[in-house]
Design a protein around this ligand. Structure first.
Ligand SMILES: [Zn+2]
Length: 242
């Protein structure tokens, strides 16, 4: 199924009501602090609690530190600089949450730390892509092997697409090995993040686009072949664990 964390991440912070509300509270607190109010009390404590969730620690009142984003000082720093760092920490949290979900794709990508450049490219692809692109980018592209598990309760050995008897029709096989899908498969070196989720690498833009377009085409073909009734885009789908 789609990773909720990836979907929220790629949709962007502006579509996360909780983050929007927190951002408004943080900006208002900054204004109050600048006017000499609210330097202690429940409001700063609630802000601190959320920032801790995002990975920040507070060595001093109204100051926070993050291992990747550095420091913010609510008294002296510009609010735009503060929000930029806080947004990035929220994005990192979403990625870490995805990796910690115990999904097969998150296990495959366990050694991929959050990369802001890759994220920006993936978010742009998500914004301009169709439903199949978005499904790939968020881990919702299911393999034939996954559908076998859903329908029959187990995965069989053998690929119905290329008719090889010694392979399982996993997402990796269909996307990057199966001769049946060779026509749309681009040549080139693609890392696991691109092979699995189609996240652009930032290399040649045509290769990035071709890789995602190929995976979306595979997803479209596999989906059309399944007798399952697929919930509409955005609904919770069974996780692709194959
Ligand atoms: Zn095959």
């Amino acid at each position: 199924m789609a990773s909720r964390d990836l979907r929220v991440l790629l949709e962007g912070h502006a579509f996360c009501p909780r983050f929007v509300a927190f951002g408004a509270s943080l900006k208002a607190l900054k204004t109050a602090v600048s006017l000499g109010f609210c330097r202690v009390g429940s409001w700063p404590k609630r802000v601190d609690k959320v920032l801790q969730e995002f990975g920040w620690t507070s060595p001093n009142p109204l100051c926070w530190w993050h291992a990747s984003e550095g420091s913010i000082d609510l008294v002296s720093d510009n609010i735009d600089q503060i929000m930029h760092k806080v947004r990035n920490s929220w994005r990192r949290l979403r990625w870490i949450s995805f990796l910690n979900k115990g999904r097969r794709d998150s296990a495959v990508l366990a050694h991929f730390g959050f990369n802001i450049s890759r994220y920006k490219l993936a978010a742009k692809a998500f914004q301009v892509g169709d439903n199949h692109d978005r499904a790939v980018l968020t881990g919702a592209a299911n393999s034939s092997a996954l559908y076998q598990v859903v329908i029959d309760g187990q995965t069989k050995v053998g690929c119905d697409w290329c008719h090889r008897s010694d392979v399982v029709s996993s997402w990796r096989h269909l996307g990057w090995e199966c001769p049946f899908f060779a026509d749309t498969r681009p040549c080139g070196d693609f890392d696991l993040l691109q092979q699995r989720l189609g996240w652009p690498s930032g290399g040649a833009s045509n290769a990035d686009a071709a890789a995602l377009r190929h995976l979306a085409a595979v997803r479209s073909t596999v989906l059309a072949s399944t007798p399952l009734r697929i919930p509409p885009e955005g609904a919770d789908l069974p996780e692709d664990d194959c």
